[in-house]
Design a protein around this ligand. Structure first.
Ligand SMILES: *Cc1c(COP(=O)(O)O)cnc(C)c1O
Length: 356
């Protein structure tokens, strides 16, 4: 494994009141950085003071978007600083790299760099329930070149941001609009990669949904606009007739880590799970017949996001009386319990990186 050098910061920042800062507004004192060139491959792994970076105005990412990212979280468990499923997130980052022709990064060095960075910044991990230290690794193409081609140079960075509890006013259901005009990704495209392009493709529809009074959009497949895909920053799961049902991974949706956690825990509880195609008509029928018990999203940011209203073609379906379903509530409490160490980690999801 490559050596990781450390450049000390001259002054440290004052830590904010995390309950007041929302998501992604404040950053810690240090960041991890590594460079790739064709000549030297990935090199110069370092932990340096957090700060602005300079890029050429011709930087390939700014023009053509060859970039990927990850999002995971660190928590305090009493006297320990821990990260939730870091290896699973780094493996997905490798997959995103493959889909965007970004050269494979040295897994061991990046994993070690992540652990060392979080250990160094352990005092930035908030202490209150629901709060966490959000970890954002990302890679972007760095050629100063306007030609359209796969870049020859890259930067990999990891930055850390303390985040407030996602549900500032308590765990609450969201209103989601089923999007039947715009599409996010198609099979054979980049839907399975965690890449800025998918977010760029979703911004306008998100804005329109907001204007109509919804919190987020639920995407349908890009070909027939018939099968349910995901929410765009979350995967979607349904409880239908006692089973947990979620769209299968067919190349156009992200393989969410929280989705995997939910499926693993549901199996452990003896709740049947199905990963398969789900049409919007099946959901409407289930709503009408009463078989549709619950709808919820899963993602690192919110963990579990119960859906109280699903709007489709101008009609609102109010799920479970617009209240949090018992399964979503139980799952949320259980995963939160895993994060803070109140629930035994039978799965090996937790990695300890430092002690206080
Ligand atoms: C990150 C992300 C998710 C959620 O994945 P987690 O690994 O559970 O955080 C879902 N969909 C998209 C498009 C994403 O980028």
């Amino acid at each position: 494994m490559a050596e990781i050098r450390i450049v000390k910061a001259e002054t440290l920042k004052e830590k904010p009141d995390v309950s007041k800062i929302g998501f992604g507004t404040h950053f810690t004192d240090y960041m991890f950085e590594m460079d790739y060139t064709e000549k030297d491959g990935w090199h110069d792994a370092r932990i340096i003071p957090y700060g602005d970076i300079t890029v050429s105005p011709a930087n390939t990412t700014l023009h053509y978007g060859q970039a990927i990212f990850e999002g995971l979280k660190a928590y305090r468990q009493g006297k320990r600083a821990v990260i939730f499923r870091p290896k699973t997130h780094l493996e997905r980052m490798e997959n995103s790299c493959r889909l965007l022709d970004i050269p494979e990064f040295p897994m061991e060095t990046v994993h070690e760099g992540l652990k060392q960075l979080v250990a160094l910044e352990k005092d930035w991990i908030p202490t209150e329930r629901g709060q966490s230290l959000y970890i954002r690794p990302f890679i972007f193409a760095d050629d100063p070149y306007l030609g359209v081609s796969v870049s020859g140079s890259y930067k990999l960075l990891i930055i850390l941001s303390p985040v407030a509890a996602y549900y500032a006013h308590g765990f609450a259901p969201v209103k989601i609009m089923v999007e039947d005009t715009y599409v996010r990704a198609v099979r054979g495209g980049l839907g399975e990669a965690k890449t800025p392009a998918n977010y760029a493709a979703s911004l306008h529809a998100g804005l329109v949904a907001h204007q109509k009074g919804y919190d987020q959009t639920l995407w349908l497949d890009g070909v027939e606009r018939k099968y349910i895909e995901e929410v765009g920053s979350m995967n979607i799961l349904f409880k239908i007739g006692g089973k947990v049902v979620t769209p299968e991974l067919d190349g156009s949706i992200l393989n969410g880590v929280t989705r995997r956690t939910v499926l693993a825990v549901a199996k452990e509880w003896g709740v049947p799970t199905e990963e398969r195609k789900i049409s919007i008509d099946e959901i409407i029928d289930g709503y009408k017949s009463g078989a549709l018990e619950e709808v919820f999203g899963s993602g690192t940011a919110a963990v579990i996001s119960p859906v109280g209203v699903l709007g489709y073609k101008g009609h609102d379906m109010v799920i479970g009386g617009g209240k949090i379903g018992p399964f979503a509530q139980k799952m949320y409490d259980y995963i939160e319990g895993l994060h803070v160490g109140e629930v035994e980690d039978k799965y090996g999801f937790i990695e300890t990186v430092a002690e206080y």
